[in-house]
Design a binder for this molecule. Structure first.
Ligand SMILES: Nc1ncnc2c1ncn2[C@@H]1O[C@H](COP(=O)(O)OP(=O)(O)OP(=O)(O)O)[C@@H](O)[C@H]1O
Length: 271
């Protein structure tokens, strides 16, 4: 069964296709399996082929409202492919995929439109009352109230990434997809942005699906950690350690070892 995923229609022509987009409720695969009552996103038998290569192979996944999920997997295992499918950016998927809410995406590079000021990047394609007011409120939340009229190229890496988060959040998404958004940041900025993301998550309550290569990042942030392998969710752990978490928490150390093993990393290096 081929899922019918519409191309988002609310995006103006000059917007790169990969800026956050609003995906209307029920826009996915009308004939997909209905999600369980509380589930925000339900994926059933998701398959994606590129030529004769099957990258996602009958993948099942459920994301509950408000939960923070981290997705790991070896390079090329299909993490970004899954995110693109959930964002409604891939029309060639097979299987059932349903999201009961709007979806926003933040990528590894902030991908701000360089010829638009920061505030205008946030309001681009935003169909909501008082877009400028909403944008300013979101910028204040990420500590960029004074950069609303700045050009994106004048922002530091951390500022640009915070602007990118604000651009996603201003859409008040039910599901926030984060595709390695912290990987290009230096270690100190990364810690600050981790805290910011947890604060924003607590304040706004979206479900988050974070793609990361960083095992510790997943352990510090997520309620649930998934490992993608063979085109499916091959491993899954629930993280119950209270937040704020410290990486030396005994439960996290045990989980860390299991995760590294699932990713094929031994203490001596890759298996
Ligand atoms: N448009 C495309 N055309 C052909 N092959 C593609 C396309 N997009 C992705 N692929 C292939 O699908 C596989 C999975 O890619 P994907 O980017 O989802 O992996 P990933 O797990 O996110 O990898 P990484 O961790 O390296 O970012 C890769 O082998 C990639 O070459």
């Amino acid at each position: 069964m081929a899922a019918r995923v519409p191309v988002p229609v609310s995006v103006p022509a000059d917007v790169p296709v990969d800026v956050p987009v609003d995906v209307p409720v029920g826009a996915y695969a009308p004939d997909a399996v209905h999600p369980a009552e509380a589930a925000l996103a339900t994926v059933r038998g998701l398959t994606r082929r590129f030529g004769d290569r099957t990258v996602l192979d009958g993948l099942d996944l459920t994301i509950e409202r408000g939960e923070f999920v981290a997705l790991l997997g070896r390079s090329g295992s299909g993490k970004s492919t899954l995110l693109r499918a959930l964002a409604g950016l891939d029309e060639e998927i097979e299987g059932g995929l349903e999201v009961d809410g709007s979806v926003a995406v933040a990528f590894q590079e902030p991908r701000l439109v360089p010829w638009k000021r920061v505030r205008d990047n946030l309001t681009l394609g935003l169909a909501a009352p008082d877009p400028a007011g909403r944008a300013d409120a979101a910028l204040a939340e990420v500590g960029l109230a004074d950069r609303a009229r700045a050009w994106p190229l004048t922002l530091s890496g951390g500022e640009a990434q915070r602007a990118s988060l604000a651009r996603a959040l201003v859409r008040d998404p039910g599901l926030l997809l984060l595709d390695e958004p912290f990987s290009a940041l230096d270690a100190l900025t990364r810690i600050t942005v981790h805290r910011l993301v947890l604060d924003l998550w607590a304040a706004h309550g979206p479900a988050v699906l974070l793609v990361t290569h960083d095992v510790d990042e997943a352990l510090l942030l997520a309620d649930r950690i998934l490992v993608l392998d063979g085109g499916r969710v091959a491993h899954e752990w629930t993280v119950t350690a209270p937040r704020p978490r410290h990486r030396d928490h005994p439960a996290l150390l045990t989980l860390r070892a299991a995760l590294l093993s699932a990713l094929g990393v031994t203490p001596e290096g890759p298996a």
